[in-house]
Design a protein around this ligand. Structure first.
Ligand code: SAJ
Length: 476
């Protein structure tokens, strides 16, 4: 029976499964369950030692997610009380459902060979395949390499079920666009890219997501176009950050202030005239921008193999952008070394205080933090390093201090890596007294302090993009 007839026979989507109770799956399941359009939602979670605890928590209407998620626990308590949602590790229940979404992380094993770690996602897809029934809709929400839905995922589903995509079941990719702290709002208000294996799959996936959107609209396309859209969103952001980082390095070399140039370029307004002038900084961390470029690159290598026309011998602009952003912690190391040298000190035996371990300002998220390679280089050079972060309480093998003064006692250099608001009003006199040095070094990786304020108090200043200040006269 053709897919359309199977779907018509099954009727509107009523029972939904969400696989992967993480920061993507939990709000998705809660919003599906809270919609009057749907009857019931199962949240599927492996009962593993590391995350099995989530099952009982979620069935009590409690969120296992760290950090504030406005409204999430209220909705969870509501849908659990109304018996519209329950969390289970019994994947056999998939067989009774009309639609299943998979929100399982796809980190990279290592950046060198662009091989994503698909094992957790594979296990989830196999589970769905085992219990797939005719007329069901399967949607992948994880960020995946372009081509994954219509090849890798489809092959597993067809092999495990004996059914065929586009004939017996609908298959789509609807990438998540959620950011911690705004999960529910993002799902409701962002437009939702919905990419089907075929038009019928796109239509069925549109039926699934429309009820949870408030301001957001559905943007239909093919599954592969949806995968390229998602990875491109972050690739282009990473590219824009690399562009301003490279400009900052140029401005330092030319002795000018990158923020003057940024303000100047930004002043060019008018329709159709856009310059995405983002902010130069000590580096790019997180689990989105550091990964999605490699997904896109791998996609074009696999899908566009031998078909890609590109300047011979030239590296991918996007990979080069990654290299520039990953160079920024190295540049911070150079700035630190040069600043210490200006007062006759070397890194060997110097005490360096790193302010900020989180990869993002005012956050406790430390994934792929640029502070880490910088700290590794300092230790290799024989420096003593102490790390401060008001939001990060612990990190494997790195002691993190929450008391700022403690961190700066006896420091030869203070280096700002995260734009936490605590670092906006550092007092030069106080820090100088704590450091006990006549000319302490301060390196500003996030444009948090006023250079003159510190230079006047005898500091040796270096700042990303501050070519106008980085060779200042040492006062006092
Ligand atoms: N960064 C800069 N300069 C900038 C902006 C960011 O150096 O101008 C650095 C940050 O310090 C951080 C890294 O880049 O180390 C990433 O920052 P981010 O603001 O992009 O935050 P992420 O990594 O959490 O990105 C997420 C992405 N959201 C999803 O994938 C759903 C991204 O698409 C969003 O654009 C971004 O949040 C956002 O705008 O908040």
């Amino acid at each position: 029976m053709a897919l359309e007839a199977l779907i018509r026979k099954r009727g509107p989507i009523k029972k939904i499964g969400v696989i992967g109770m993480g920061y993507v799956g939990i709000p998705a399941a809660a919003l599906f369950a809270d919609s009057p359009v749907f009857d019931f939602v199962y949240g599927f979670q492996r009962d593993s030692p590391s995350s099995g605890y989530k099952i009982a928590m979620l069935n009590r209407g409690e969120s296992p997610l760290k950090g504030e998620e406005p409204g999430l626990e209220d909705i969870l308590k509501k849908v659990v009380t109304e018996k519209k949602f329950s969390c289970t590790s019994d994947f056999k229940k998939i067989a009774d459902l009309d639609a299943v979404t998979l929100s399982i992380q796809t980190p990279f094993l290592n950046k060198e060979d662009l091989l994503p770690d698909f094992s957790p996602l594979t296990e989830g897809i196999e589970q769905v395949g085992h219990h797939l029934s005719p007329g069901m809709l399967v949607v992948l929400e994880s960020t995946i390499t372009p081509g994954t839905t219509v090849t890798f995922a489809r092959e597993i589903l067809e092999r495990e079920s004996g059914l065929k995509a586009g004939v017996d079941f609908a298959l789509a990719h609807a990438p998540e666009r959620v950011m911690a702290g705004r999960l529910l709002r993002n799902i409701r208000e962002h437009d939702r890219i919905v990419g089907g294996f075929d038009p019928i799959s796109t239509q069925r996936a549109t039926e699934l997501y429309t009820p949870v959107l408030t301001l957001g609209k559905i943007i239909p396309m093919s599954a592969t176009a949806a995968e390229v859209t998602k990875t491109t969103e972050n690739t282009f952001r990473d590219l824009q950050i690399a562009a301003i980082n490279e400009l900052a390095l140029y401005c330092e070399a030319m002795g000018i202030n990158v923020y003057d140039v940024r303000r100047g370029v930004d002043s060019l307004k008018g329709e159709g005239i856009t310059r995405a002038m983002l902010w130069p900084g000590a580096g790019v961390g997180g689990h989105c921008l550091t990964k999605d470029t490699y997904h896109l690159e791998r996609g074009v290598q696999v899908l566009g193999k031998d078909l890609l026309d590109y300047p011979v011998g030239e590296p991918s602009l996007y990979i080069l952008a990654r290299r520039i952003n990953d160079f920024m912690p190295t540049h911070m190391f150079r700035l630190t070394t040069d600043a210490l040298k200006r007062t006759g000190r070397s890194l060997k035996g110097a005490k360096v205080a790193i302010l900020g371990w989180a990869f993002l300002a005012n956050s406790d998220d430390t994934r792929n933090t640029p502070s880490e390679p910088y700290r590794d280089n300092l230790i290799k050079a024989g420096a003593t390093v102490i790390v401060h972060d008001p939001h990060v309480l612990e990190y494997p093998h790195v002691p993190i201090f929450q008391h700022l003064d403690e961190t700066m006692k006896g420091a030869d250099a203070i280096v700002i890596f995260a734009g936490h608001h605590q670092y906006k009003n550092l007092d030069p006199d106080h820090i100088r007294a704590l450091s006990g040095r006549s000319h302490p070094v301060i390196v500003d990786g996030r444009n948090m302090i006023d250079p003159d304020h510190f230079i006047k108090h005898g500091f040796v200043y270096k700042g990303i993009g501050r070519g106008d200040k980085n060779m200042h006269k040492i006062l006092r």
